[in-house]
Structure formats: C-alpha cells, structure tokens
Design a protein around this ligand. Structure first.
Ligand code: PMP
Length: 361
C-alpha cells in the first residue's frame, strides 16, 4: 500500500517503523500474550515501558537529573493552566505573544495571576516573532513564557529571550525533537505529543525540579496537575495514557536510531530550505511569515485567492499529498514537515507546487 504524503499539523505523520513495530507486537506485547492496551500500568512489563521511554528521551535531549520528565494527559492545553498553578508564587508571569496558542496560554494564565504581555506580534497578524524584551522586563516575574514554534502562523524563535535569571517556560509542541536544544536554558518545556513525539493524549513536560519541589504555587491546583506529586509518582498518580506513552517511547528510540537531534535538525533544515526555496522562486505562492521568523516545522504560504487555495489543496490530495489546508483561523496553505515527513515527500510537494503553478498561470 502506498501511504499518502501527510503534511498534517497534528495528529501528524508517524515514523513508519514505529507503526510497524507497534503492529507487530499489538496482540502479544513483551511475550505476555496480551496487548499493551490490556496491560496494567502497575505491571512490571509496563513499568519497563515507561522507564525506557523516559530514559530514551533523556538520552535524546540530554536531560540532566536535576530535571524531571512527566507524561501527562490533557494535551498541551491543560498545561496552560498547570503552569501558572505550579509556578506563580509571586503571581506574575511575563508572556511573549507570538501566535494563537501563546495568546490562549496568556489568557489562561491570567485566570490565576497577572499574565503581563511583554511583547506581541498580533498587530502584524502574527507574521513574525516580536522583538524580544530586555532581560530587565522579566524582573520580579515568576517566569517568562514563549511558544517557541507557532504552528498556525509558521513562525519560530531563532533565539531564546534572555530572561535575566527568571526561568523560561516554553511551549515546544510543534518543534519538539526538531533540533538540538539545551534543556538547562529552560525552567520548563512542554509539548503535546501529536506532532513529533507520538499520538495525541500525551503531553511531555520537562521541568527543573527546583521550581516545583515545594509543591504547587496555588492551593487550587488540582492534584492531577501538581507537578511535584506527579514527579513523586512517576507520572502514575492515576492511570496514565499507557498506549500513548508506549508509542512515544518508540518514537524516541526512532529519533535516537536515526542519528539523534543533531541529524534531525540537519534534515529538517534541508527540508525547510527546499520548501521555502519553492515559495520564494514562485510568482504564485507568497510566504506568510517574515523570512527571519520562519518555522522549520510549519511552512505557511498563500495563493492569490481562496478559490485557488482550495483547488491547490484538492488537486494535491488527488496526488496523495494530504493535510495541506491552513488552520481554520487563517486559511491559506500549511505544510507541516515534522520529523517523520521525509525529504522525498517534500520533493514531491515541491514538484506538485511547480506543476500546479504552470497549470494555472
Ligand atoms: N501549543 C501549540 C504550539 C500547538 O500547536 C497546539 C495544538 N496544535 C497546542 C499548544 C494545543 O495542543 P493540544 O491540542 O495538545 O492541547
């Protein structure tokens, strides 16, 4: 069976090796005669799964012991509330608003304390990462907050803000495992898994233990969202998303086995350069993000009319290139070229873009 070239923003394409490996052991997991779906999260066999997933992620990302790793439910969205409830000890956070999910996170944080907008690119339609605030702007704050890659608009931070010693919290949902990063630059980072790490329903959260060991900042924090309690219980305060974490572990192993984050970063840069090159060469396509803010993971562009954009999406789908419609908030075209999308798929898309342009001009 020829699988489609899947450019969906998430849930997104999974590495085929991961799907095949899960399929092969679906009915008989680790010699138990049962599916992993039927296996108790308290069993030794499952303990090995979650421990191995965490160990694999620690190795891939170089996560030091001073940071805890959690596999939570509720997607990235639930952590928009979990973060202020755990970290807002002084009641103040400094937010950089560079897109929809950054804005939603700031609005959610404002329910629990003062979420101060230190910079925003909303006036220019989120077409860029705004100029970064000076380190002094973060003085007296519990944390600075960014959404490192803006999935909808196709923009990405190419350098982190200097928060002047204040911890940086980053939503890395759509650039998780896309390139090497230094975990110690962050107080906390988190990602909904459904782009680069596995299925939806798992949120991977990496946190400097010293920020959370005293327990949540706010007494109203639900027990489930208490990061210190979750760390103490190894993400098993209740029944975790066992199958999701199992798949994430396989994806982490796949990233390691394909050269780790260094190699992934190089492949992703090559894919992005191919696609942006096609946009920039063309008289038909117009990139949405200002070039210095372009994302390596979500490439957004427009055609002259919504009708042509619909035709582009439909004809692409007819050729097995799927998931190209832009987010419903903005329209246009979005090609998400996450880790599991190979360079061949990007070459096919570029060839389609060129032939489409010839056919309509
Ligand atoms: N942050 C970013 C950057 C996202 O792209 C998304 C969803 N696509 C979210 C947060 C929300 O994630 P979830 O659906 O897992 O709650």
């Amino acid at each position: 069976m020829v699988r489609p070239r899947n450019f969906s923003a998430g849930p997104a394409q999974m590495p085929e090796d991961v799907l095949l490996s899960a399929q092969a052991e679906f009915m008989d997991f680790a010699g138990t005669g049962m599916s992993v779906l039927e296996t108790s999260h308290r069993s030794a066999a499952y303990r090995r799964v979650i421990d191995a997933a965490e160990a694999s992620l620690r190795e891939v990302m170089g996560i030091p012991d001073s940071y805890g790793v959690l596999f939570l439910q509720g997607g990235a969205t639930l952590e928009f509330a979990g973060i202020p409830m755990n970290l807002m000890r002084r009641g103040r956070a400094g937010h950089i608003v560079s897109g929809h999910f950054a804005k939603v996170a700031a609005e959610e944080a404002a329910r629990y304390g003062s979420a101060e907008i230190l910079a925003t690119s909303e006036p220019t339609g989120f077409d860029r990462i705004p100029d970064l605030p000076a380190p002094e702007a973060f003085a007296g704050m519990d944390y600075g907050y960014i959404c490192q890659n803006n999935t909808i608009y196709g923009t990405m931070f190419h350098g982190l803000p200097d928060c002047g010693g204040t911890p940086l919290v980053a939503d890395v949902s759509s650039c998780f495992l896309s390139f090497p990063l230094d975990v110690t630059d962050y107080g906390l980072l988190f990602a909904g898994a459904q782009k680069n790490a596995g299925p939806s329903g798992v949120c991977v959260l990496v946190v400097d233990r010293s920020l959370v060991e005293a327990g949540p900042a706010l007494g109203v924090c639900p027990t489930y969202l208490d990061y210190s309690a979750q760390l103490a219980k190894g993400s098993m305060l209740n029944t975790p998303n066992t199958f999701g974490i199992y798949l994430c572990g396989k994806v982490f192993d796949w990233v390691r086995g394909t050269g780790g984050l260094e190699a992934m970063g190089e492949r992703n840069a090559e894919k992005a350069a191919l696609l942006y090159g096609a946009v920039d060469r063309s008289d038909l396509y117009r990139g949405c993000a200002v070039p210095s803010s372009r994302s390596v993971a979500n490439v957004t562009f427009r055609l002259p009319t919504p009708e042509l954009e619909r035709e582009f999406v439909d004809r692409a789908a007819g050729q097995g290139l799927v998931g190209l419609a832009g987010h419903r908030l903005v329209g246009g075209i979005r090609a998400s070229i996450y880790n599991a999308v190979g360079i061949d798929a990007v070459r096919d898309l570029v060839a389609f873009m060129e032939s489409f342009e010839l056919s309509v001009t």
